[in-house]
Design a protein around this ligand. Structure first.
Ligand code: PMP
Length: 287
């Protein structure tokens, strides 16, 4: 991803893609003092762009990273990055981190805060699975407890276990992994939230130790508008066999039906397909 044309917004300037670099003594590289956002622009407008900017600031605050930018300034920077690259339909990756500075130890209070915004075209996150249903592995890695880590922040450090889980899933021929939480309840995939259906009702895990995704919140709103009952609760893994349909939600994933989790199979059914279509209409109608 580093050797290509384009411009990346870095600390207020648009720099050539290949020159958007950091020093090896960057605090974030050693101690994961970084937070980020994943967003999508449709027809030139970032869906829930301002909410994403606010979430970036909330994540930064959770990690004691004092932002040098307001949510409105972040909104402007993202628009600038899109325009500078001539993109209207693109993925937007904002990153805020502690750079190298006075201190090379764990403390980072004296290290400068940086931000970058890169935008690029990114098609269906799960490829063919978008229509055929994704196949998920069941990960041995668990989502940590809120007492262990700021688990509601979109913090880079939290993704270490996601990468581990995803590598294992891919080695087993799966698109992603379902992760349980520290108590053993069904949590989420490595970059997306999860929903199930049974007897016309929707069940989704309570987001009490993982990201309550903006797409998740949007989809809950759409379902409720359709008059579908959405039950947010703790879900045990042995309930998987009782569910009929399943789908994932996320900015990158959008709404992707799931066909299989471990040995359990799900139908790519009407509710999953309908909600995917409604989400698509909503994000595109936003321009
Ligand atoms: N969980 C994780 C771990 C994620 O990385 C994401 C993607 N940001 C989500 C859930 C979904 O969040 P959103 O819908 O806000 O993109």
């Amino acid at each position: 991803y580093d050797d290509r044309d384009g411009l990346i917004w870095m600390d207020g300037a648009l720099v050539p893609w290949r020159d958007a670099k950091v020093h090896v003594l960057t605090h974030a590289l050693h101690y994961a003092s970084a937070v980020f956002e994943g967003e999508r622009a449709y027809g030139g407008v970032i869906f829930k762009g301002h909410e994403h900017s606010k979430r970036l600031l909330a994540s930064a605050a959770a990690l004691d990273i004092p932002s040098r930018w307001t949510a409105e300034e972040i909104d402007e920077a993202k628009d600038l990055a899109l325009k500078a690259n001539g993109l209207t339909d693109a993925y937007v990756r904002a990153l805020m981190w502690r750079g190298s500075g006075e201190d090379m130890g764990v403390a980072a209070a004296l290290n400068p805060v940086h931000m970058s915004i890169a935008v690029w075209e990114w098609g269906a996150y799960y490829g063919d699975a978008k229509t055929q249903g994704a196949k998920l592995d069941i990960s041995r890695w668990k989502r940590p407890s809120p007492e262990t880590i700021p688990c509601h922040a979109k913090a880079s450090g939290l993704y270490m276990i996601c990468t581990q889980a995803k590598h294992q899933a891919q080695a087993r021929g799966c698109s992603d992994a379902l992760m349980m939480d520290y108590r053993g309840y069904v949590a989420e995939a490595t970059g997306a939230n999860i929903f199930f259906t049974r007897d016309g009702k929707v069940h989704t895990p309570t987001p009490d130790c993982f990201l309550n995704g903006l797409t998740r919140q949007t989809v809950v709103g759409l379902l409720e508008k359709n008059g579908v009952e959405v039950i947010e609760r703790h879900i045990m893994p042995d309930e998987l066999e009782s569910f009929e349909q399943c789908w994932l939600t996320g900015t990158a994933a959008e709404v992707t039906p799931v066909g299989q989790i471990g040995d359990y199979n799900f139908e790519v059914g009407a509710m999953a397909v309908d909600i995917a279509t409604q989400y698509e209409k909503l994000v595109r109608g936003n321009r």
